[in-house]
Design a protein around this ligand. Structure first.
Ligand SMILES: NC(=O)c1ccc[n+]([C@@H]2O[C@H](COP(=O)([O-])OP(=O)(O)OC[C@H]3O[C@@H](n4cnc5c(N)ncnc54)[C@H](OP(=O)(O)O)[C@@H]3O)[C@@H](O)[C@H]2O)c1
Length: 288
């Protein structure tokens, strides 16, 4: 089963969010990959592998709604790390909203994370100058040396303004925002005219009592910046098209990933904290 930072939001009783909260006592919502162990359903046979919103549970009784069969040859780790939420989010956010053009400069925050690492690699494959932001040197090394990003900023230890000026001398055309936090104002201040900011996540503010006030709006007018927030449940109907877009990059070997696999249902609870202290190295998955 997949662990995702959004789970923290799903546990808060906000009725105005994009998805209803998980009620106390309910099984925690999560996507996952499972195997049919018993079936009275004509479309599913014992041994079939399926994906869908399975939840934090070892066994699920289902009428088949929302479950789809997993193509043979794709292991659960690759599926959850690339072809499920991380890859779909990266593809929708980058191609659906950021509209990348070769030669442009993109900054990706949360760049060593599961969706940020795919955003950066897709942008690199499209010929952009790709700058990633991450919270430690090992992650910065990984995105540059293994994934091919053009540069990395350690938002905890680097002089962010100086490093950004060095890596984006012609300014920033696209900001793919996964985190918020101190990097946000610095990138906003370097946005070029007609820049696009795609707001995918704000993990730095998920646990704060008073969210960061964010940048001033005047530059949005002066530079004609587009800012677009999005949430993947709005795009689940587009999954076939998103996979059609993403798959050729994966097949061409342009998308690498790493999975951080925890063992056993009980590990999920402490596992979630890894998102907030930066302890996860790639896609967080719990193996049952
Ligand atoms: N809009 C959507 O539909 C959608 C879908 C999927 C994900 N998301 C969002 O996208 C973001 C990334 O999700 P993911 O699943 O790929 O997780 P992830 O990036 O694999 O893990 C979260 C990472 O966030 C970083 N982080 C934690 N606290 C931070 C802080 N205060 N400031 C800056 N960075 C911080 C940590 O990395 P460092 O070590 O680099 O700090 C941590 O490893 C999340 O905000 C998530 O909610 C949105």
């Amino acid at each position: 089963m997949s662990l995702d930072p959004a789970m923290i939001g799903w546990m808060s009783p906000d009725p105005e969010s994009y998805i209803p909260p998980v009620a106390l006592g309910d099984v925690m919502r999560s996507s996952g990959v499972g195997e049919i162990v018993e079936s009275n359903h004509p479309d599913f046979a014992v041994g079939d592998r399926v994906r869908g919103m399975i939840g934090w549970t070892q066994y699920l009784v289902s009428g088949g709604e929302g479950l789809s069969k997993v193509q043979a040859g794709i292991d659960a780790e690759t599926l959850l790390s690339v072809f499920a939420l991380p890859g779909l989010t990266a593809t929708q956010g980058l191609f659906g909203f950021a509209k990348p053009k070769a030669g442009e400069t993109i900054v990706v925050s949360g760049a060593a994370g599961s969706d940020g690492s795919i955003v950066g690699q897709l942008a690199k494959a499209e010929g952009l100058n790709v700058i990633g932001v991450a919270g430690d040197n090992e992650k910065c090394d990984w995105i540059v040396n293994d994934l091919g990003f053009d540069g990395a900023i350690n938002y905890k230890t680097d002089d962010i303004a100086a490093k950004l000026a060095e890596l984006a001398p012609k300014g920033v055309d696209i900001y793919f925002e996964n985190t918020g936090g101190p990097i946000q104002n610095h990138v906003f201040n370097r946005m070029n005219a007609h820049g696009r900011i795609v707001v995918c996540g704000m993990i730095a503010d998920y646990g704060t009592a008073t969210p960061n006030p964010g940048p001033n709006w005047i530059p949005i007018i002066k530079k004609r910046i587009t800012i677009q927030g999005f949430a993947m449940p709005d795009h689940f109907g587009d999954v076939p098209e998103l996979l059609e877009k993403l798959t050729p990059y994966v097949m061409a070997g342009q998308i690498k990933y790493r999975a951080h696999v925890l063992e056993g249902l009980e590990s999920a609870i402490d596992g979630l904290n890894l998102f907030f202290n930066g302890g996860n190295r790639g896609k967080l998955i719990v193996k049952l």
